[in-house]
Design a binder for this molecule. Structure first.
Ligand code: G3I
Ligand code: 9MR
Length: 605
């Protein structure tokens, strides 16, 4: 409950977002049975009780924040004998709606037989609970306009909280204020990156950027998809972000805060390009992961390591995208847009001349790899963005579009980011582009997720193979594709409803009855693998970060003092700091949360 106390919220967040964050805290808490209370997370011991997996199966599970008036609204109900459900007013207990539950079906991913409650037709704003005989009432949830506004804002502000080279001041960061960490103005060239002009041990300046995740390193490949997803959110829904005030240091300038935040990382990315040849270093890193310390306490030497083709292409794609977006801010940022597209083209040329430089982790470097041996998707994405920005047909031809399929986006498979951009800009493309191919690729992939959703006993898009490291970003990536299909075909409402289901999934309609976004929901992630959240001596984690989510491989189990509660794919989640394989946070998982939560706000009518 600590997370939902007003003092905690007021201390931790800007007043601007306080009222919205309170929306994220269910007002319930005393109405659940013994089954519910046994799920309680022990906040001091940092361990989820081992009975949690069994107990959550007995609960009604739904999006803990609630729904927009016109959202599809579904809840998962245990396999009780009752055949009806009731929606009650949370304050008065008065019945607001009732309907039949679906016939029970098994969600193999969780090993659970469940029924579903569909109350999509209830559109009256209010605070409600779901009641089914034989199960504890659900926590209170809202039906409200702007119900996701606060989580969108916090999920962007999380990037600010993960800023490298920044002192976080109390007026912006509240109790999470901290000294500057990692100036990165004196970074060493690692042997793997040495050139004549920049020999091993020479020094470059490469400040700013975001920490990748729970660690303090910066990786170009993962920065690529993350920064792109934020820029795409802005390109697709500029009005939504135009006036949003995140209370970050740049909030009073003339640039939307989402773009101010993206710029913090873009400025770093620009420093990662070798000005001599256009190649891009794969990462800026320590030799080893830091201990659990605050950023300013992590002072080991930092290196830029090996150029790679993947880094050059992801950099090219993002800079081409950013060049389009920042073209509108020539007065505020003179020359930036032109500099970005030039940087993109020179990285592309390096990649064409060096098409298969795979990142090989040097023996003395132990941090994240983001290694990728399949580069066709990076070539496609970079070519697509360069084509859209420059309108040069040669880039479209280089993209090899006809032979490029669509897949759910991830850091290692970025092809669909190109399809997303091509679809968004389809009216402005030259005759070289194959319009039918573009819409067909998006629809084909969206149709797969839509049919999984339609047939799912949990009414979600996730299936067994999706429970990999960062599984929550798989759900959100599926939602991003569904949202593109909906934008192409607004008469096909199922695309929007299936995307809503993915947001519902990460905010609580999942097999561990957890909102995976810190600070949001009555039972949310409390102990993410995030060094500042663990080292800051503040009980509540920094808000707005989404945890990686369940996945059964449990690569961290030897580093954990407690066991996972379950090995079943959808239940293999451990809310403990030790669990970097299920409970880390990462920029590439937060970025699609920003996109999806904002898009649903804009598109749900
Ligand atoms: O590609 C295979 C897939 O074919 C197979 O079905 C699946 C089964 O689990 O495994 C897939 O590979 C996994 C891959 O993630 C999926 O994206 C690997 O086993 C798994 O080890 C790999 O994990 C990556 C992890 O680093 C370890 O390298 C995550 O994707 C990646 O997000 C994570 O990134 C780390 C950085 O290295 C360091 N910073 C924190 C960040 C987040 O944890
Ligand atoms: O903290 C690291 C996290 O950011 C990475 O995603 C993860 C996998 O590469 O590794 C974490 O570091 C762990 C290391 O791999 C093994 N020893 C324990 C470290 C966590 O404290």
């Amino acid at each position: 409950m600590a997370l939902c106390t007003p003092t905690r919220l007021m201390a931790g967040l800007a007043m601007a977002s306080l009222s919205g964050l309170l929306l994220g805290c269910g007002s319930g808490g005393s109405d659940r049975s013994a089954a519910a209370s046994s799920v309680a997370v022990n906040s001091s011991a940092q361990a989820t009780t081992s009975s949690a997996a069994g107990a959550s199966a007995q609960l009604i599970k739904l999006n803990q924040l609630g729904f927009l008036p016109n959202s599809a609204k579904w809840a998962v109900v245990p396999d009780v004998t009752a055949t009806r459900f009731i929606l009650v007013d949370a304050a008065t207990g008065a019945e607001a709606f009732s309907a039949d539950l679906t016939v029970a079906a098994t969600w193999a991913e969780a090993g659970e037989k469940v029924k579903l409650a569909d109350f999509s037709s209830v559109k009256t704003p209010g605070s409600y609970r779901l009641r089914v005989a034989g199960s504890p009432d659900s926590h209170a949830f809202s039906i409200a306009e702007n119900v996701y506004g606060a989580v969108t804002a916090a999920s962007i502000k999380a990037f600010y909280f993960n800023r490298n080279s920044a002192e976080l001041l109390p007026e912006h960061a509240g109790v999470y204020a901290r000294p500057l960490g990692h100036p990165d103005t004196e970074v060493l060239i690692h042997a793997s990156a040495a050139t004549i002009e920049r020999p091993e041990g020479s020094v470059i300046s490469s400040p700013k950027g975001w920490y990748d995740a729970g660690d303090y390193n910066k990786y170009i490949v993962n920065s690529g998809i993350s920064t792109y997803s934020l820029l795409a959110a802005y390109e697709h829904y500029p009005e939504f972000f135009a006036t949003q005030n995140l209370n970050i240091p740049e909030s009073n300038d003339n640039i939307p805060d989402l773009l101010n935040e993206a710029l913090w990382n873009l400025e770093w990315m620009l420093t990662m390009q070798d000005p001599v040849d256009g190649g891009v270093y794969h990462k800026l890193t320590n030799k080893n992961f830091d201990g659990t310390v605050m950023p300013h306490q992590a002072t080991t030497e930092r290196y830029v390591v090996q150029k790679s083709t993947a880094a050059a292409l992801d950099f090219a794609a993002v800079m081409a995208t950013a060049s389009r977006v920042f073209a509108a801010y020539e007065n505020e940022l003179p020359g930036l847009s032109a500099r970005m597209v030039a940087a993109a083209e020179s990285a592309w040329q390096w990649a064409e001349a060096n098409p298969a430089v795979i990142y090989q982790q040097p023996a003395d470097i132990k941090t994240g790899e983001y290694g990728d041996r399949q580069l066709a998707d990076e070539f496609f994405w970079a070519a697509a963005e360069l084509y859209i920005t420059t309108r040069k047909d040669s880039y479209y031809q280089a993209s090899n579009a006809a032979n490029t399929t669509a897949t759910v986006p991830s850091w290692g498979d970025v092809r669909s980011l190109g399809w997303i951009s091509l679809a968004h800009h389809r009216a402005q493309l030259t005759a070289a582009a194959d319009q039918a191919l573009i819409t067909g690729r998006i629809q084909g992939l969206a149709n797969q997720s839509r049919s999984v959703w339609a047939g799912s006993a949990y009414r979600v898009t996730m299936q067994t193979g999706d429970f990999i490291w960062g599984s929550n970003s798989v759900a959100l990536g599926q939602a991003m594709i569904l949202l593109q299909a909906y934008r192409l075909n607004p008469s096909e409402r199922d695309y929007l409803d299936a995307a809503q289901a993915a947001l519902d999934y990460v905010l609580g309609r999942n097999a561990v009855d957890t909102s995976f976004v810190t600070g949001f929901g009555h039972k949310s992630t409390l102990h993410p693998h995030h060094r500042p959240s663990a080292a800051d001596k503040i009980e509540a984690p920094i808000p707005g970060f989404i945890a990686g989510g369940p996945q059964p491989r449990q690569q961290d189990k030897d580093d954990c003092p407690v066991s996972y509660p379950s090995a079943i794919p959808a239940k293999s989640y451990l809310d403990h700091y030790c669990s970097y394989a299920s409970n880390e946070i990462a920029i590439n998982w937060n970025a699609p949360l920003v996109y999806v939560s904002a898009a649903l706000q804009v598109l749900t009518k």
